[in-house]
Design a binder for this molecule. Structure first.
Ligand code: GUN
Length: 282
């Protein structure tokens, strides 16, 4: 078994972005909107902000109490949409229950939607149009795989069909394009005989959000395993992925650790999208 070092690959990407950002003729700005006090969201925004300062992107974090109204948030977003110093807008999810997440996502100007969640950018991904923004986690996974092995013609099984990871990732990896061209199966909680499906994978991607869901019996020896999960488990200090790492790692050919696998790549792709936005906007 070999570890896929997402932290190292992400760090190399950040270094190459730093160089480009130094040469960019103006400051690049990224705005984070954070509603409520979800501990995981606070931690993610802190890490993203740290990446911004490392590579020279100016970030602003706007924090709102959990009882903020949707109208208030939409108003803030429309101001940021018009602000020439802001190249990217990111609303950290999940939002409190009284928000209509799709409505909020739609209100971000597509050309500043560095998360790639706006329906216009999702649509461009589906159609293979290159002038949108790719969602950061799927793009990060594709880059991790492309760094590790040829994926053309391989059978990729994705477990989990979320709008943020599983669904866009299936589209991205099956594209007729270099670094893609995979045969993709999108499995989920209603899939029958899940274990039989996952055993046919050359590359297995776990994005279910359940700690240690992927057991050794579900994995074919020699499989490449990508763990998208970041779970907190009661009475356990360390973060736990969606893969039972200790049991699966010995039979996998390659596997991502949690943390230090997919997470840093998500952040690197966010930084890349932000520079891309600034470059397009001029
Ligand atoms: N929540 C979980 N993942 C993400 C992400 O990539 N972006 C945002 N904005 N929220 C998230």
């Amino acid at each position: 078994m070999k570890l896929i070092d997402g932290k190292k690959i992400a760090s190399e990407i950040l270094d190459s972005l730093t160089h480009k950002i130094e040469q960019f003729p103006r400051k690049i700005g990224l705005a984070f909107l954070l509603v409520g006090e979800n501990q995981a969201s606070l931690a993610y925004v802190r890490m993203k902000k740290k990446a911004c300062s490392r590579i020279g992107i100016q970030s602003i974090v706007k924090e709102y109490p959990a009882d903020t109204s949707q109208e208030e948030l939409l108003k803030e977003i429309s101001q940021l949409n018009l602000d020439p110093q802001i190249d990217g807008i990111l609303v950290q999810l999940p939002l409190p229950a009284h928000f209509d997440t799709l409505r909020v996502t739609r209100s971000i100007a597509p050309e500043k939607d560095v998360d790639g969640f706006h329906p216009i950018n999702m649509g461009k991904l589906l159609l293979g149009e290159a002038d949108g923004f790719l969602p950061c986690t799927p793009h990060g996974i594709q880059q991790l795989l492309a760094h590790t092995l040829p994926i053309e013609g391989k059978h990729v099984v994705i477990v989990g069909r979320s709008n943020i990871v599983g669904k866009p990732l299936a589209v991205l990896l099956s594209q007729k394009k270099k670094g893609a061209n995979a045969t993709v199966t999108l499995a989920h909680s209603q899939s029958k005989n899940l274990s039989e499906i996952t055993q046919t994978a050359d590359i297995l991607i776990a994005a279910i959000g359940q700690p240690r869901f992927i057991k050794k019996e579900m994995v074919r020896p020699g499989c490449v395993v990508i763990d998208v999960g970041i779970n907190r488990v009661q009475n356990e200090e360390k973060l736990v992925g969606d893969v039972d790492f200790d049991a699966v790692a010995p039979i996998a050919s390659w596997i991502t650790p949690v943390p230090g696998g997919v997470g840093p790549m998500t952040i690197a792709m966010l930084m890349q999208n932000t520079l891309e936005s600034a470059t397009r906007r001029g």
